[in-house]
Design a protein around this ligand. Sequence first.
Ligand code: NIG
Ligand code: FE
Length: 416
Amino acid sequence: MSILITNIKKLIQVRGASVRKISGAEMKILPCIENAFLFIEGENISAFGKMSELNSKSEIRNSKLEIDATGKLVFPCWCDSHTHIVYAGSREQEFVDRINGLTYEEIAKRGGGILNSVKKLQGASEEELIESAIRRLNEIMKQGTGAVEIKSGYGLTVKDEIKMLHVIQKLKPHSPLAIKATFLGAHAVPPGTTKEKYIDAIINEMLPSIAKEKLADYCDVFCERNYFTSDDTIKILSAANKLGLKGKVHAEQLSNSGGVKAGVECEAISVDHLEYLNDEDISALKNSDTMPTILPGAQWFLQLPHPPVRKMLNAGLPVAIASDYNPGSSPSGNMNFVLSIACVQYKMTPEEAINAATINSAYAMDLSVTHGSITAGKKANVFITKEIPDYSFLPYSFANDLIDIVIINGKLIIDN
Ligand code: NIG
Ligand code: FE
């Protein structure tokens, strides 16, 4: 099957094959081609260029499906490198409790928060979890997401963490999205045990079975007061590294807890949240390959302080954006809206936000070789917008549905 998209008003995020991430001042640059065509063969992007160059390429003209994109833009699909979309039930009562004055931490202390979702997940069957997760995957795909990372972390027993990871593996044949799995056993300490005993179970029971069954690509830790310390984080990620699992960290979300430094020390692929990131953390990140990732949906929904994005960019760091789609702190995976939050609240330019949510978030799940830009040979994961004036219109026109067509792995998936 081949698809030719013609008369594209602007083809967005055109990059060379060697680009893996974009940092600092370079994030202000978003390479585009105006009045372009894009040719897809099989699962991959085969060629693209100016419409004026198309007539000379007769092999392209014979393609099967032609889409006229007059007045429309073509983007590489969003890469969402941080989600918790396998969960049971919902937590709107906690949303109401916060409106009435309680904080996220106060709700957690009363047995709400993560432990609320743990109870619900432990009572759900694999089939129920698969069904609701597929619904969420289809929903984000419609909103332009083409690759997603999904965490465990609502199981918190050997059996239930492995159940969650099995569910994530079973989603793969049901969805064309690229899916990466993360083991987040260290999301909270379950009731009825001590933190020391639970960490022992993570290291000596959960991690070895997960590595043996190849159920996860990454291991994550919620490094936060009342959860896991930076020493706990180093201990868990070191054990994971020995088994071939790279680290990720929920870091500096509610307080500065040393998660970034622990992540950098363990060569984590990303450190995520970063509301309480400080200057020392920025220095640590400068000498690392770890991707600092902001989660604007969760910051906005919980009304936390803004992560110091401009400071990070001025220091020359890359920044990635992900949704953190989860039932507690970000019950939406709409990356278009997440970009709007980053632009409005942190004053990221649309170019910076788009770089952060494509090539850099692909890097944060080891996918920037195949995803995150319009590059010959990469997966044909693209979306075509409705007729809009320019790419800035997307974050500007917040929460509106501006996507017309989604193509994943060269297949037309959604035609709105
Ligand atoms: O990324 N911060 C910890 N974990 C999730 C929230 C999980 C929950 O509230 O269920 C997060 O925000
Ligand atoms: Fe999270």
